[in-house]
Ligand binder design. Structure first.
Ligand code: S3P
Length: 182
């Protein structure tokens, strides 16, 4: 019988990855509630640490945002590892190799919310807080889908297709899957 992640890690650190609009924050919050774990959202942590919006930080430069995002990720992973927690990351967190290494080191499960471009376009159409989608969300999302898919794929220990599923049913599916490897 194989050794499960939860036997390797004494705490439960569940990290959610996926493109913008895949539902990481909404699913993560719900999942944390249902599994009675703490919840960390790296975008929110960046905003509260800097007192600036993601958009304002991108005006200073993407590298400025990535550096704050890295600090938030490290903080979230360390805090979650001390207790147990769910960490919702920003879609671009996987573009920094050191972030990937830290997630691999701390996470007992990495869940990839795999959404197709149509869904992502629909889900991101309402907000203006995602500067990387300025000037054509569909084209940008198609590009990110192409470029990042393999990064999510190699990092994930669980892939969940979000197509046709509500936030509630995605959450339930993940909780069931994680429960079954405990
Ligand atoms: C980004 C995703 C965003 C946010 C920033 C950059 C990306 O987070 O971190 O706009 O590079 O994909 P969400 O995935 O939560 O929208």
């Amino acid at each position: 019988m194989g050794v499960s992640h939860d036997q390797v890690h004494s705490t439960r650190v569940v990290v959610l990855v996926g493109l913008m609009g895949s539902g990481k924050s909404s699913v993560g919050r719900r999942l944390a509630q249902s599994m009675r774990l703490d919840f960390y959202d790296t975008d929110e942590m960046v905003a509260s640490a800097t007192k600036k919006s993601v958009r304002e930080l991108f005006v200073e430069g993407e590298s400025v945002f990535r550096s704050h995002e890295r600090d938030a990720l490290v903080d979230a992973l360390e805090r979650a590892s001390k207790g147990s927690g769910v960490v919702a990351t920003g879609g671009g967190v996987v573009t920094v190799p050191q972030n990937v290494a830290d997630i691999q080191r701390h996470a007992s499960a990495v869940v990839w919310l795999d959404a197709d471009v149509e869904e992502l376009v629909a889900r991101t159409s309402s907000g203006t807080h995602r500067p990387l989608l300025d000037g054509g969300a569909r084209g940008k999302l198609e590009e990110m889908h192409r470029e990042r898919r393999s990064l999510y794929e190699s990092l994930a220990t669980l892939r969940v297709s979000t197509k046709g599923r509500s936030i509630a049913s995605i959450t339930e599916l993940i909780a069931t899957q994680l429960g079954s490897v405990a």
